[in-house]
Design a protein around this ligand. Structure first.
Ligand code: ADP
Length: 484
């Protein structure tokens, strides 16, 4: 079982107070004992003084004036009187160390011998055994020692007092321990609760729940809480930005794999589309080799080889232009272009082609300026107009107009052609995609024009889209930012 922090704090504080009390009680008891010692030493000194005076008085008032003889004859009586005066048990010894008023046992005599020797040598000595203090002092007549005197001083009262004080301290110690523990427990509870809350927050942060603690305090715990909140926020931000990066990376990886797939498909398509005209050219060359003098074959071969070569040339050019747009830094020069003029300049050379198919072209153009690469704009317009002719009906029409809407210059090319099936609208912008392979081939198309036109529009910051399509024809729209 884990011991709670508030319990630890409380027990520590209570223990500290108890220890302080222990030191204090020791000092107090020592002080009391010292004081008691000074007191009973003083008291016994006085008693010795009184005994000596009384001894002198007793000798003087008696007919026997020799102290030694007095002790021998009147020693017992003198001792009794002295015991009455002092209220203590007293033993009087002559100068040979023989007790004159009492009989001592052998053990007693052995026990006191050393102290008695001291006293007979005109010195004071004492010892304590159990509750009795054995006090020895010289017995004097004026300045001359005649024997020794021993007091049995009872220390029972002192000891009882000391025991009482000790008990008092024990009770106080117990009470201090319990009360301080309880008070500390209550006081530390708020701290402990805050710490437990912080612990919970930290554990939840560890589990990935980046929450904040609501502890508001002005002390270190409050600062700790604020620090944890800040840390949690920072971890949250870092994790979310890492997740964002991860998402972006996985999108980039996906995009790359799509691009990789597209590129492989593109290469496959290029190979396939290039192979067809090359096969045709090779076949005619083989025939020419075999039938060198067939004028009809020579003419047909020239026409076919020429058309296939043109087709190949146009295809190579478009593939090159398309792959150029994929470069990291597509080389083009943006300039201020007046779009109505540019459209007119693209339409003029198409006159012959339009007449060939009996298609009428109507243009409703107004002056507008864009910021774009001129060559790219020409490629876009030529491809769209070329398609409007290629996929038109005989005696059909083309309508070209331009206008400005929300700072965007819009060019719309509408034809009265065969239209595009609704489900193919997005597909036609993919490289090499053609709705009808045969018709596209007849017209010399390989499905590259629209993908190139769309790419170039996007590179200029614009967009190419199909606005409407159906049996009546199709409208393509090029939208580009206005020159500003
Ligand atoms: P292509 O060189 O084959 O014309 P594009 O990329 O220009 O290649 O066009 C892709 C396909 O989109 C064409 O093969 C054709 O089927 C369809 N398409 C493009 N323009 C038109 C249009 N104006 N009307 C109908 N179909 C069109």
């Amino acid at each position: 079982m884990k011991t709670s922090i508030k319990f630890k704090f409380s027990i520590f504080l209570a223990g500290l107070l108890l220890f302080t009390l222990f030191i204090l009680s020791n000092l107090v008891l020592k002080g009391i004992k010292n004081n008691q010692q000074v007191q009973y030493e003083q008291y016994l000194e006085e008693q010795v003084h009184i005994a000596n005076i009384f001894f002198l008085q007793s000798i003087l008032s008696e007919s026997i004036k020799v102290p030694e003889t007095f002790l021998e004859t009147k020693g017992e009586e003198f001792g009794k009187q002295l015991e009455l005066i002092s209220g203590q048990n007293i033993v009087i010894f002559n100068h040979n160390g023989i007790p004159v008023n009492k009989k001592l046992t052998k053990t007693e005599t052995a026990y006191i011998q050393s102290m008695l020797d001291y006293a007979l040598d005109n010195k004071t000595a004492y010892t304590v055994k159990e509750d009795i203090l054995y006090y020895f002092a010289p017995l004097m007549v004026e300045k001359e020692q005649v024997g020794a005197i021993q007091f049995y001083y009872s220390l029972a009262e002192n000891r009882a007092f000391n025991n009482y004080i000790l008990q008092l301290f024990l009770y106080i110690g117990g009470a201090v321990f319990v009360v301080s523990f309880l008070l500390a427990y209550v006081y530390f509870r708020t701290f402990a609760e805050s710490i437990v809350k912080l612990l919970g927050t930290v554990e939840r942060i560890g589990d990935g729940h980046y929450e904040t603690s609501k502890i508001i305090r002005r002390d270190e715990i409050g600062r700790l809480s604020a620090g944890i909140n800040q840390m949690s926020q920072q971890i949250k931000d870092t994790v979310s930005s890492m997740e964002n990066e991860k998402r972006k990376l996985s999108l980039a990886v996906n995009k790359l794999s799509v691009l990789d797939k597209e590129q492989k498909q593109f290469i496959g398509n290029v190979t396939h589309e290039f192979k067809t005209p090359l096969t045709s050219i090779k076949a005619y060359l083989d025939l020419l080799e075999m039938y060198t003098d067939d004028p009809d074959l020579i003419n047909t071969a020239i026409v076919n080889i020429k058309s296939e070569t043109i087709r190949l040339y146009e295809m190579v050019e478009k593939v090159l232009q398309l792959s150029a747009t994929e470069k990291y830094e597509f080389e083009y020069t943006k300039e201020r272009i007046e779009i109505a003029g540019l459209i007119r300049s693209v339409i003029t050379p198409l006159k012959g082609k339009l007449d060939k198919f009996g298609i009428k072209l109507q243009a409703e153009l107004s002056e507008a300026f864009i910021n774009a690469d001129k060559d790219s704009m020409i490629i876009i317009l030529v491809n769209l107009l070329d398609n409007a002719i290629k996929y038109n009906k005989t005696q059909g029409s083309i309508y070209v107009k331009n206008f400005i809407k929300d700072s965007i210059v819009i060019i719309e090319i509408t034809d009265s052609g065969i239209g595009i099936p609704k489900d193919r609208i997005n597909k036609i912008f993919e490289p090499f995609y053609t709705v009808d392979k045969n018709r596209a081939r007849e017209n010399g198309g390989a499905g590259l024009g629209l993908s190139l036109a769309k790419k170039l529009s996007q590179v200029q910051g614009g967009e190419l889209s199909v606005v409407s399509t159906g049996d009546e024809g199709t409208t393509f729209r090029v939208a580009l930012p206005i020159y500003s």
